[in-house]
Design a protein around this ligand. Sequence first.
Ligand code: ZN
Length: 97
Amino acid sequence: MKDKIHPKYVETTVHCACGFTYKTYSTRENIRVDICSQCHPFYTGKTKIIDTAGRVERYRRRFGETKGTKILTASQKVMLEAEKAAKKAKSRRSAKR
Ligand SMILES: [Zn+2]
């Protein structure tokens, strides 16, 4: 390695917003992250709304609290739309007779 052009590579503690900390190596010290392998849904297998930018909060403020309304995933929405379209097609068919 060439002298005096490389940053220091030090042992670093990474702090996650969920409280989990772990050590790794980096050129930066004390890294803070919003999500890690201990709390990300991909690893936990649990459903969770990841809302780092406060988007859910902003949406609720703008459109009001929707009690009893389920927050659907994209695939659930697609399924729902397909069901609605199927029902529509059915009623159209029966109306013709
Ligand atoms: Zn975490």
